[in-house]
Design a protein around this ligand. Structure first.
Ligand SMILES: Nc1ncnc2c1ncn2[C@@H]1O[C@H](COP(=O)(O)OP(=O)(O)OP(=O)(O)O)[C@@H](O)[C@H]1O
Ligand SMILES: [Mg+2]
Length: 377
């Protein structure tokens, strides 16, 4: 990481050497920034200290265990295992890994045949450059949480049988979807969402390398909206840079457009309309205008939630609005009528804030009773 921040170059000398040729420069230009700035050594991996420490030991000669990396997207799971493989095996690292993801068929048959056949291949204990390396291969199962329980069960035996020659690295977002017998055979690492300061540091560096013009406060919004997902942050930065073209400064609106963030004015105005006893026609007009902007409804609710947390409302009322916000957000994800969900939310918030709680309870009970009577009738 330190070396990366000092030199601004990712990875080993081999990659920096190759980037001096004209051909690689051309290739570099076409490369997506997420790939171009993917860590090439485990030291380049930002923040995930525990796993980096373990892999550094393995690179120095300690035995490599079966691994399970889990956590949210864009936090470095795939990058970390690829960087470790590159360091362990040098130029031949691609021969020493078998990468399978959810788009490959990974039913029991594949586990039994493809993985088993690969696992049984024997490999040398030296690299192409003559240096010693572990006589191992690594099977990387990306999106392991998408594998069926039957396939995971089949993997259990394979893992044990091929322990002498093969290590498995399971990557997933949801560890709860991995069966217990598999998790207990692996050393587990949770990849945390990246700290905003690290994401900012990395984006600033990419901006310097790629001659991107952007102010720090705009970059900060981009970082915040990426929610600790570095892939999302880098991809958004590249999209903004392309949108503006070379030599033009990225503006806040560009970040909002690329990440489909609703400008904060819309959210604040909407919340104020709900809070103040506004006329229903005014609310309807506002929601119609908001709909015209085609912002996704779930995003509006997500941003309303951020605003609610900071709002100057008593805690019990805040909790009540929060609960209704969660329900509205869920309902909106199940249907397409954004207008109805936003109007329903606005009216409900008005009621929470203006009608005393005992009146609302009495009203709710009356509705429940009449629904029951109608149901029986
Ligand atoms: N910890 C990190 N250190 C350095 N770069 C990172 C890190 N995490 C993510 N990145 C950047 O984001 C890109 C995507 O990372 P990666 O593919 O490793 O994420 P992932 O955790 O495997 O995500 P997913 O769960 O979606 O597969 C990388 O190419 C790299 O540029
Ligand atoms: Mg991945």
């Amino acid at each position: 990481m330190d070396s990366f921040l000092k030199s601004g170059k990712l990875g080993d000398t081999a990659s920096s050497k190759s980037s001096t040729s004209g051909i690689s420069k051309k290739k570099d230009k076409k490369l997506q920034w997420v790939e171009k700035y993917r860590p090439r050594t485990v030291e380049d991996v930002v923040e995930q200290k525990e796993v980096v420490a373990l892999l550094q030991e393995c690179i120095l000669g300690a035995d490599l265990p079966n691994l399970l990396f889990y956590g949210p997207p864009g936090t470095g799971k795939t990058s970390t295992i690829l960087a470790a493989a590159r360091q362990l095996f040098g130029d031949i690292y691609k021969d020493r890994i078998l990468e399978l993801n959810a788009s490959d068929d990974r039913g029991i048959q594949v586990i039994r045949e493809k993985i088993k056949t690969y696992a049984q291949l024997s490999v040398a204990s030296s690299r192409a450059d003559g240096k010693a390396c572990p006589a191992l291969k690594i099977v990387i199962l990306d999106e392991a949480d998408a594998m069926t329980d039957a396939a995971q069960t089949a993997l259990r035996r394979t893992m044990e049988k091929e322990a002498k020659t093969t290590r498995f690295c399971l990557l997933c977002n949801y560890v709860s979807r991995i069966i217990e017998p598999l998790t207990s055979r692996c050393t587990k690492f949770r990849f945390k969402p990246l700290n905003q300061s690290f994401v900012l540091e990395r984006l600033q560096l990419i901006c310097t390398k790629e001659d991107v013009l952007v102010d720090d406060d705009v970059l900060n919004i981009l970082v915040k909206e990426s929610g600790g997902d570095l892939r999302r942050a880098i991809t958004a930065l590249q999209s903004c840079a392309h949108l503006k073209g070379k030599g033009n400064k990225i503006a806040l609106e560009n970040v909002y457009d690329v990440l489909t963030v609703v400008p904060s004015d819309w959210i604040t105005n909407f919340f104020n309309l709900c809070k103040n006893e506004s006329d229903i026609n005014e609310i309807i007009r506002f929601i119609n205008d908001l709909e015209q902007q085609a912002y996704p409804c779930h995003k509006i609710f997500e941003q309303l939630n951020d605003l609610l947390i900071e709002a100057e409302i008593s805690e019990p009322l805040k909790a009540e609005i929060g609960e209704y916000l969660a329900e509205s957000s869920f309902r909106s994800s199940c249907s397409r009528s954004d207008f109805t969900h936003l109007l329903d939310f606005a009216v409900h918030v008005q009621e929470i804030l203006t009608v005393p709680v005992e009146h609302r309870k009495a009203k709710a009970e009356k509705i429940a009773r009449s629904t029951m009577i109608n149901g029986i009738a």
